[in-house]
Ligand binder design. Structure first.
Ligand SMILES: Cc1cc2nc3c(=O)[nH]c(=O)nc-3n(C[C@H](O)[C@H](O)[C@H](O)COP(=O)(O)O)c2cc1C
Length: 190
């Protein structure tokens, strides 16, 4: 079974995290360890409002560095930070490891496993851009929460699914959450 660490930070975009957790629960092929930052939980409560324990995955305290995945020796296949705040991105870029999201991301990079940061901020300052560049240079995938429109979304859920699908793709989790581009002939006119 695949093992995924799933960090949820205090950027807007908790519905992306909720949709990803809903998919992963239904899929059933991945063990997921969830970490909320303190502000991640505040934003989740504001934007989603449900009890995340309902997905059935373990939820770790952001100050608990005893979690197995805080060590590189634990078997983990990758990490998703969704949504990823500019603050968390900056801390990860500089290896600060001041909370469990930061430490798990630091471990993911040093072990050269896939780390996907679904960053949500606009506009981006020079500081953000430099931090994101450093993350990309260190091997992370920087995946902005910016849905496309080529799959002809009909609802907010379709937009959310596009971002979630591309993030799951990058940590190697198969999904068909949106209609993939297969050329103009296939997608035009319906
Ligand atoms: C409702 C709400 C929305 C926010 N949206 C964003 C956002 O989209 N991007 C961002 O970088 N920070 C956002 N913030 C600010 C972060 O939560 C704040 O910088 C916090 O320190 C991030 O901490 P964390 O990375 O530990 O979760 C938001 C805060 C609140 C309360």
């Amino acid at each position: 079974m695949k093992r995924l660490v799933f960090g949820i930070t205090g950027a807007s975009g908790a519905p992306y995290a909720a949709r990803a957790l809903e998919f992963l629960r239904a899929d059933g092929s991945v063990h997921v360890d969830v970490i909320f930052t303190k502000t991640g939980r505040v934003v989740w409560n504001h934007e989603v409002g449900t009890d995340p324990a309902g997905y059935g995955f373990p939820i770790w305290n952001p100050g608990d560095f005893t979690a197995p995945f805080a060590s590189g020796s634990a078997r983990v296949d990758g990490m998703l930070v969704l949504p990823c705040s500019a603050g968390s991105a900056g801390r990860i870029a500089h290896g600060l490891s001041t909370d469990l999201v930061g430490r798990a991301a630091d471990v993911t990079l040093k072990e050269r496993r896939p780390l996907v940061l679904v960053v949500r901020e606009m506009p981006l300052s020079l500081i953000h851009l430099r931090n994101l560049t450093q993350l990309a240079e260190a091997g992370a995938t920087v995946l902005p929460a910016s849905p496309g429109f080529y799959h002809k979304p009909q609802s907010v859920r379709d937009l959310v699914d596009h971002v979630v699908a591309r993030a799951l793709d990058r940590v190697g989790i198969d999904n068909e959450l949106f209609r993939r581009w297969s050329g103009l002939g296939d997608s035009d006119g319906d």
